[in-house]
Write a protein that binds this ligand. Structure first.
Ligand code: SF4
Length: 347
């Protein structure tokens, strides 16, 4: 049984059995982490259940087939209480045998030894000092970070090692670490991005109910850039029929340019299996008029038709140009491939 001071003295609560590896064959897929116990969150985390685990490793390789521009990631948490209805990361909870709906929103896995792992892994002879992306499968500044400060510890460690990194978040809690990020920016290549899909209050409340207001996120963009931390805006996701109008996108782009965003990009909604069904349920309750179009749009897989994605890219390009901002530079994945050992680890 694990005990950590920040959790108080509550007894562990009985919770479902978790799967601790990807298959039953340990030789093929080593355990993701040592088993832990669920504990009820306290105070501002009282609506959550928290699972402390010891991770075997936390710097993980991206699958070689991935379209991502980075090869390595760190995710100190699993699950995310920001609870965005469309969240692309929900399926990561399934690897543990948890459900991708309410469990993902309320049952948060905490890799309590994440900072220690990063320190050890950065000093390993096999580590090549490559760029590491944070915020790829969970939000590194979701509410639990206010208590556990793992992201803060990881930033400090990466900074000390002069290892380049980037952070993507929807949370203004990143402002807490501005000084640390500014210091890191003087030592190595650092970039931050605030994810802001839409500035309409109704859309925000309906789709990402536990995130800070989008206007506050724009303020965070300005503060980070003022402090010398390169910070952009990722308009993500753009939800067809909900947040994809020309006026809505222009609003976000103008806000981002005014906040001094160093890059602006947009990502069209994609729906992984499971998330697609959750999204359809949400639409049935909130926008039944869109159901038919969504079935057509996503009937062939998780991505919307290419022509729609291209149209979005062209529209955002034009809006950024009109507003005098900087479009997200196209980045290609580096040629180096992760080692086989890292390929086996998912998150
Ligand atoms: S903030 Fe990001 S990781 Fe968290 S629920 Fe929303 S989309 Fe998912």
């Amino acid at each position: 049984m694990f005990y950590y001071p920040c959790m108080g003295s509550e007894e562990p609560t009985a919770r479902p059995e978790l799967r601790w590896r990807l298959t039953d064959h340990e030789a093929d897929h080593p355990r993701l982490f040592d088993p832990g116990n669920w504990r009820p969150g306290r105070d501002e985390l009282s609506n959550l259940e928290l699972l402390h685990v010891h991770a075997k490793k936390v710097i993980n390789g991206v699958h070689p087939q991935s379209r991502m521009h980075f090869r390595w990631t760190i995710n100190a948490y699993r699950g995310c209480s920001h609870a965005c209805v469309y969240c692309f990361a929900r399926p990561t909870h399934e690897f543990l045998g948890l459900d991708i709906g309410e469990d993902f929103d309320r049952r948060i896995v905490i890799k309590v030894n994440a900072v220690e792992c990063v320190r050890n892994e950065l000093t390993a002879r096999s580590w090549g000092g490559e760029h590491i992306a944070m915020g790829t499968s969970t939000d590194p500044y979701q509410p639990v970070e206010g208590r556990y400060r793992l992201t803060r510890g990881i930033i400090r460690t990466l900074s000390q090692a002069r290892n380049p990194f980037s952070i993507l978040t929807k949370s203004t809690l990143i402002e807490r670490d501005i000084e640390l990020l500014a210091e890191a920016s003087e030592r190595t290549e650092v970039s931050a991005s605030l994810s802001i899909g839409c500035l309409d209050t109704d859309v925000w409340r309906a789709t990402e109910p536990h995130t800070p207001r989008p206007e506050r996120r724009l303020e965070a963009v300005a503060k980070l850039n003022d402090a010398g931390v390169s910070c952009g805006v990722l308009i993500a996701p753009v939800i067809p029929g909900v947040s994809d109008s020309h006026a809505q996108l222009r609003h976000v782009v103008r806000g981002a340019v005014e906040a001094g965003a160093t890059s602006i990009g947009a990502v069209f909604l994609h729906l992984a299996p499971g998330v697609r069904e959750l999204m359809m349920t949400w639409l049935a309750e909130n926008r039944p008029d869109l159901l038919h179009e969504y079935r057509r749009r996503y009937d062939r897989g998780r991505f919307a038709p290419e022509r729609e994605r291209h149209r979005l890219g062209a529209m955002v390009d034009q809006l950024v140009k009109e507003a005098g901002g900087a479009r997200m530079p196209l980045r290609r994945a580096p040629p180096a491939r992760p080692s086989r050992q890292h390929q086996l680890k998912l998150v």
